[in-house]
Design a protein around this ligand. Structure first.
Ligand code: EPU
Length: 418
């Protein structure tokens, strides 16, 4: 068990580069399963979730080789079409192999992911869409067994909600289905557009990724490809909030500012000043943030994965802010931890009411998930004394060398193994 010990007080300054997006690379790794041969993905972050997804696709038969921020994946002709419970439990996103395995093998056995810290997180939209494409599912001893003995066929699917995972599963299934598939009310996240670009490099015929309607013409086979993952807007956004939090000035490079438009707008409303270039953002934080209200929404709305970091910032505002969480039913475990640091945050259903305080005071807190962990470290940067963030492995799932990068910006933060 590792923990991060943060000593508050430093104003961050300098520049920090971000790597590829976790939530894109995880899906690229799965997409490789669609074509035998050697694929290469560049700009891959060195994070726990990437290793976990490699374990999943290794189990299926692939071999991942890392060289710095590049991963090469060898995919054999024959795949073992299953993701067992020990892997799915470690990473819920494993469910994304369903569409690719059904497309390649006509069968998939994937342990059913349970609920998690964000609530029940059903996968009904994934299954409804794949059923419309000719798959059928049964639950056998906790394992979802999908089969499409006659192969998948194209279909018109209209999602009830623009789910990122359902859109990706259907995209991965549709590229090799017989005929055309349309995904209506599709998620528009940049990571989906990036997955479609990778699939197109493999020879897939996809139009409209990044809009609400994705059209796919199925092809009978795909080729291995090289691809550079889109920069991680959440890693970038987290360092920008760190700058805002400490009243510092930080330049985040190798990012796509356009992908952070809503988050930057809200950081501006909260008193930060920023400049953007083609692939960088420089942000200067205020001495004390102003309160702001916003709601999390699917892209291009404010990202739910930036919600805890933003609450940490607003806990120090000179007034009351209200944030409404619309994506997850229960993304609030971090609230109690933040309050232990002296914040005044209350929950009213899906609304987070943040009454700004003038000081936080360091104490031990628990990183309950990736973004909560990051938010608590950011709060520690502004708290008096030491803040010890335990269960740092949650942060490792999504941030590569989080402590080292913050240290390079002047933060006082050390990692300890307990
Ligand atoms: N939902 C359903 N039924 C479904 C699918 C989703 O009810 O069939 C609900 C979920 O329970 C949730 C909401 O719809 O309440 C949104 O879920 P979505 O499918 O969009 O999210 P996801 O694919 O499970 C990805 C990211 C999350 C990110 C969300 C939202 C990956 C591996 N995960 O999850 O990232 O929060 O999209 O943008 O891509 C993180 O990186 O820290 C993280 C949690």
């Amino acid at each position: 068990m590792d923990q991060l010990v943060v000593t508050g007080g430093a104003r961050l300054s300098g520049s920090v580069a971000v790597l590829g997006a976790k939530n894109a690379v995880l899906k690229h790794l799965v997409a490789t399963l669609l074509a035998p041969g050697t694929h290469r993905i560049d700009n891959v972050p060195s994070i726990l979730d990437v290793s976990l997804m490699c374990d999943v696709i290794n189990h299926i038969g692939a071999t991942c080789r890392f060289n710095g921020s590049t991963v090469e994946v060898d995919v054999p002709d024959e795949l073992v079409p299953e993701a067992p419970i020990d892997l799915v439990r470690r990473m819920r996103a494993s469910i994304i192999v369903l569409g690719a395995l059904l497309a390649r093998r006509g069968v998939a056995r994937v342990a059913l992911p349970g609920g998690d810290d964000f609530g029940s997180r059903p996968i009904d939209m994934h299954l409804d869409g794949l059923e419309a494409m000719g798959a059928s599912f049964e639950l056998v001893h906790g394992v979802l067994v999908g089969s499409a003995p006659n192969g998948l066929r194209g279909a018109d699917v209209h999602l009830e909600f623009p789910s990122v995972g359902a859109t990706e599963n259907l995209l991965l299934a549709g590229v090799m289905a017989r005929g055309s598939t349309t995904i209506g009310n599709a998620a528009r996240e940049p990571e989906i557009q990036d997955l479609a670009e990778f699939l197109s490099r493999m020879g897939a015929q996809v139009r409209g990724a990044g809009t609400s309607t994705i059209e796919i013409d199925g092809v009978s086979s795909l080729e291995p490809a090289h691809h550079r993952a889109v920069p991680d807007r959440l890693e970038a956004g987290t360092y920008l909030v760190a700058a805002a939090m400490t009243g510092g000035e930080v330049t985040v490079t190798d990012c796509v500012p356009e992908h952070l438009r809503m988050e930057l707008r809200k950081l501006g409303d909260a008193g930060s000043e920023y400049e953007v270039g083609k692939d960088w953002v420089t942000l200067r934080g205020p001495d004390r943030p102003r309160p702001v209200d916003f709601a999390t929404l699917p892209y291009p709305g404010f990202h739910t994965d930036m919600h805890p970091q933003m609450v940490a910032l607003l806990s120090l505002a000179n007034g009351t802010s209200v944030i409404t969480e619309n994506i997850y039913a229960a993304r609030f475990r971090y609230v109690g931890e933040l309050n232990r640091l002296g914040a005044d945050v209350q929950l009213e259903g899906q609304h987070v009411i943040i009454r700004g305080v003038s000081v936080l005071s360091g104490c031990p807190v628990d990183a309950c998930d990736i973004r909560a962990g990051a938010a608590l470290v950011l709060a520690g940067l502004r708290a008096d004394g030491y803040t010890t963030v335990t269960e740092a492995q949650h942060i490792d799932r999504g941030y590569s060398d989080f402590a080292g990068k913050l240290r390079s910006l002047g933060a006082e933060i050390v990692r300890e193994t307990v």
